[in-house]
Design a protein around this ligand. Structure first.
Ligand code: NAD
Ligand code: UDX
Length: 466
């Protein structure tokens, strides 16, 4: 079997950084170099102060402290790292296209293509190229065409090895993965490449967790896994709307159905809507692929998952407006949380952004507190929507570091992220701080309803009648 001594990973983001850190940690005999065109990001990965790493994940800084400078390196010298590596992971971003054919749905593969062309240009020895990014099914064919037609006549073996980690639990998910999926050709060289990659994961995971498939099944499985997970959230969120009308309680319904072992209890938490960089992008991609094959019913089916998610975010914002007597103009609304989920500083596609946008349309004054998200990021998220000018966003939105202080003279609090610390606040003081009636809209169902009701709040939570 081919022995891997050096790995290069192109893309030092939320996936490349943590994944390679864990590989380096578990495989001290392999030298791992993570490269990126973004110099600022690489500098942050190399920062002496581990609190400044560009990705916040519980357990990450400890692993980086252990490996960085020994067998884990972060660099902008992309060509050098490609040249020296036996195995190259491509872990660059694959966002939804914002232009041209497939705009708003298809994955934008320009960064993937740039990587493939660069590998083809630089490689002088045989390489195993691993798709770590989430890609549309059949992308490996395009990568292979580029590598085989513009390369220096070296042999490239292409594998698909999608990543299933979730943010906020990335290190745990990597160390104790449910499964590792490796797709590749069934030729002798393809099998050898799959075995070489399996051996890397074999340093810490048992054989039965490593699943080998053909390359197309592997590429497609990643999109399907995300679609199924998101579908569960949209399913329970659609039911949350019905619960609010019928006095059923969505949590009780989740529990009741989740106890059926065929359904299972996970991913049935009703919320203000799913966010994150993956679910929406990957489902849109699936929708687009189905459509390009003429499978319109399949495409419409999966699109509903997104439509319900949009509906849920809209519904939450509308409920705030109608509860506050049909106007939030000039009213102070405090947002607890901006990240798309707890324990991450990532805000991509966070429900908070869209709820804020809807309330700003109604001229609300929003004050945001999030324990991990920077002021710069919050304004950038709003500016990116292009709904109003940068000046207007800064005039209407304030970002604060004192969550309890922020509630002075506030009309309402909206809980957008399920950070644990929100549960521990002094809610009595918060009540005293606020204008009366004091409203709390809990988009995550994390607060103690009985306590808040007793304190005098008008407490509303997703999936339960008032
Ligand atoms: P990211 O945006 O955090 O990181 C991607 C990095 O790639 C960026 O730092 C960017 O500068 C770099 N890059 C882009 N083009 C480059 C090039 N030509 N050369 C060198 N560097 C380049 O993205 P991410 O969240 O890490 O996601 C990466 C891939 O993994 C995506 O396809 C995503 O769908 C998939 N994925 C993400 C998650 C997640 O939780 N974030 C989970 C599973 C899979
Ligand atoms: C997801 C997949 O879980 C992971 O396997 C894949 O590799 C990347 O995409 P991630 O987006 O990081 O991971 O987080 P996840 O825990 O899946 O949460 C996504 C969104 O769904 C968050 O906004 C979360 O708050 C929301 N969610 C999750 C719910 O609203 N209800 C739930 O029951 C679970």
């Amino acid at each position: 079997m081919k022995k891997i001594n050096k790995i290069c990973c192109i893309g030092a983001g939320y996936v490349g950084g943590p994944t390679m850190s864990v590989i380096a940690y578990k495989c001290p005999g392999i030298e791992v170099t993570v490269v990126d065109i973004n110099e600022k990001r690489i500098d942050a990965w190399n920062d002496k102060n581990l609190d400044n790493l560009p990705v916040y994940e519980p357990g990450l800084k400890e692993i980086v402290a252990e490996t960085r400078g020994k067998n884990l390196f972060f660099s902008t010298q992309i060509d050098k790292a490609i040249d020296e590596a036996d195995m190259i992971f491509i872990s660059v971003n694959t966002p939804t296209k914002t232009y041209g054919k497939g705009k708003g749905q298809a994955a934008d593969l320009k960064y993937i293509e740039l990587c493939a062309r660069n590998i083809a240009k630089v490689a002088k020895t045989d390489k195993i190229v691993v798709e770590k990014s989430t890609l549309p099914v059949r992308t490996a064919q395009a990568i292979k065409n580029i590598l085989d037609n513009t390369g220096n006549h070296v042999n490239f073996e292409i594998l698909s090895n999608p990543e299933f980690l979730a943010e906020g639990t990335a290190i745990n998910d990597l160390l104790y993965a449910d499964r590792i999926l490796i797709g590749g050709d069934d030729t002798p060289s393809g099998t050898e490449a799959k075995d070489a990659l399996a051996a890397i994961y074999g340093h810490w995971l048992p054989d039965n967790k490593i699943l080998k498939t053909n390359i197309w099944s592997s590429e497609l499985s990643k999109l399907v896994a995300n679609a199924f997970l998101a579908q569960r959230i949209s399913s329970i969120n659609s039911i949350s709307a019905l619960c609010e009308k019928t006095d059923a309680n969505v949590q009780e319904v989740s529990k009741a159905i989740g106890l059926d072992s065929r359904i299972g209890p996970k991913f049935l938490n009703a919320s203000v809507g799913f966010g994150g960089s993956c679910f929406q992008k990957d489902i849109l991609n699936l929708v687009y692929i189905a459509k390009t094959y003429g499978l319109n019913e399949v495409s419409d089916y999966w699109e509903q998952v997104i439509l319900i998610n949009d509906y849920q975010k809209r519904r939450f914002a509308n409920n705030i407006v109608s509860s506050l007597y049909n106007t939030v103009s000039g009213k102070k609304i405090v947002f607890y949380g901006w990240a798309f989920k707890k324990d991450t500083n990532d805000t991509r596609e966070s429900a908070a952004i869209y709820v804020a946008d809807a309330l700003l349309d109604e001229q609300a004054e929003i004050v945001v507190y999030d324990p991990k998200v920077s002021e710069e990021r919050i304004y950038a998220d709003l500016d990116y929507l292009n709904t109003r000018t940068e000046e207007e966003n800064r005039k209407l939105v304030t970002v604060v570091k004192e969550p309890v202080e922020a509630t002075k003279e506030a009309h309402a609090i909206a809980v957008l992220t399920e950070w644990d610390e929100f549960k521990k606040y002094d809610w009595e003081t918060i009540y005293k701080n606020m204008l009366k009636p004091a409203f709390v809209f809990d988009g995550r169902r994390i607060l103690d309803k009985e306590k808040l009701d007793t304190l005098g709040f008008n407490y509303y939570r997703i999936g339960e009648g008032a």
